[in-house]
Design a binder for this molecule. Sequence first.
Ligand code: SAH
Length: 277
Amino acid sequence: MNLAQAPNQTSQTPETPAALLGRVRIVLCRTSHPGNIGAAARAMKAMGLTRLYLVQPLCAVDEVAAARAAGADDVLAAAPVCASLDEALAGCVEAVALSARLRDLGPVAVGVREAVGPLLQRSAEGDVALVFGNESSGLSNDELQRCQKAVTIPSNPDFSSLNLGAAVQVMAYELRMAAFGGLPPALATPATPFSSAPAALDEVERFYVHLERVLATTGFHDPARPRRLMPKLRRLFGRAALEKDEINILRGILDSIEKPTGPRWRGTGADIEPIEK
Ligand code: SAH
């Protein structure tokens, strides 16, 4: 199901991915290193998350945090400092614990993707949270008990603990993928492509006629013994999904081989264009 189209239970209006991500709290419990708080903020902002909560941080949110946030200072500045996990989870309808090790008495263990999709669905009803532990001791049993599910990010069994900021990054990425129904736009600012419009099939056919003629002239292709050359070249160019500019370049190259017949293309190199269509 594409969560972005999931109806909001109250308003029946489609949820945008940004609205879904906007209801996810990233809760860091008893963090020791300001750099990890900054890294978490950066990881969040890069994936479209904004709601950072700090529970009893054991360090200041200082210039080291700001440096690691690398532009996500707004996420840092907006992060409430909470006296308890209960305070950070107030108003939430679901909390998922992140734990490198599963404990006997912890909440039910689920996979990353099993957790993230349903969590976003629950977000139609209210805020939801991912809860991360302290760098050296992880989450306490009390903190784990506050959560309804526990997730362990699959990792090397002999070296299973990720850096806190890296663990936030993995989960933020998975949330983004789920919020966009698996198809998030790849870039915030799309690159300006130098591609041109796709070539029409008739333009491509004229290119094949031209190519076959030139290859026969040069002796590379023997029309009497074609040895499936043209079907193979069609497969090759078919995979390339040729654009108009590319057809122009290829036909210009063929013209340059066929020179005695005179140019039907003006310009040189990538700027070549047909004199007549
Ligand atoms: N030494 C701690 C790990 C702390 S890492 C321990 O053994 O629990 C800091 C936090 O990052 C963890 O509390 C957890 O929330 C998150 N984290 C790190 N690696 C993880 C993993 N493989 N799966 C889930 N969460 C992880």
